[in-house]
Design a protein. Structure first.
Length: 131
């Protein structure tokens, strides 16, 4: 029985996701070949071993699949955590820059008000001679 199945067909037969089948092919857990960018699974003794309807084996396959998915989800969480940390640091830097800008703007505004106030006061000579 030397036939080939597509990844989706093999996934249905083994009750696995197509992603798990591709991982198994890449790791050598299943035999297969890639033709024109598409994987084909060899139906051989290894495939038959995984296809065995033994309940313990199905449990083992389900456990391996769950472990694979758990590893993948943990990796996604780690990536999200690092993205959140990076964004938090970026927000802190922007907040500091905003505070500095606000202080600079306040200083400029204060200086501007002082200049306006100085221009409004009559000079000593104008006050003295009333002109």
């Amino acid at each position: 029985m030397d036939t080939q199945l597509t990844v989706n067909q093999a996934a249905r037969k083994l009750n696995l996701s197509s992603k798990s089948i591709r991982r198994w092919l890449k790791s050598g857990k299943l035999n297969g070949e890639k033709v024109d960018g598409k994987w084909y699974v060899q139906v051989d003794a290894i495939f038959e071993h995984y296809l065995n309807p033994n309940a313990h084996m199905n449990t083992q396959l389900a456990l391996e699949q769950l472990q694979d998915e758990t590893r993948h989800l943990r990796q996604l969480l780690d990536n999200r955590d690092s993205q959140i940390e990076s964004m938090t640091q970026h927000i802190e830097r922007l907040s500091q820059l905003l505070a500095i800008s606000h202080r600079s703007l306040q200083q400029i505004t204060d200086q501007y008000h002082l200049l306006i106030e100085d221009n409004r006061k009559p000079s000593f000579w104008k006050r003295l001679f009333g002109r």
